[in-house]
Design a protein around this ligand. Structure first.
Ligand SMILES: [Zn+2]
Length: 111
């Protein structure tokens, strides 16, 4: 499962950062997930419960969802994008993706 490997990667990062900071425990892990990143947020939450371990065993996962946003170089229109809207609604040109592909750890709270 795709989300399981992502959850494991996040848990790895959390454990490494906790060790680097000399912290015994990770309280929260905040991540950013773009609407176009191809990640099922509910599935990721579910996988997180299984993936967290060691100092991150009790860590809460806080997910910030980033909406998709695109720009049309043809007519200079900026608009919302999702998987179903990849073309400019005005001129049907191909959109350049500005936001929404994020998948990264934003911050950790450790003790
Ligand atoms: Zn356009």
């Amino acid at each position: 499962m795709h989300e399981m490997s992502i959850a494991c990667s996040i848990a790895d990062i959390a454990r490494e950062q906790a060790r680097a900071a000399g912290a015994g425990r990770v309280n929260t892990v905040e991540i950013e997930v773009g609407a176009l990143a191809g990640v099922e947020v509910e599935s990721l939450r579910f996988c997180w419960d299984a993936a967290r371990s060691g100092p991150a065993a009790g860590a809460e996962l806080v997910i910030h969802e980033i909406p998709g946003r695109g720009h049309c170089p043809g007519c200079d229109l900026e608009c919302d994008v999702d998987f179903h809207v990849a073309l400019c609604p005005r001129c049907e040109g191909g959109l350049r993706i500005l936001r929404g592909r994020e998948l990264r750890v934003r911050s950790l709270n450790v003790d």
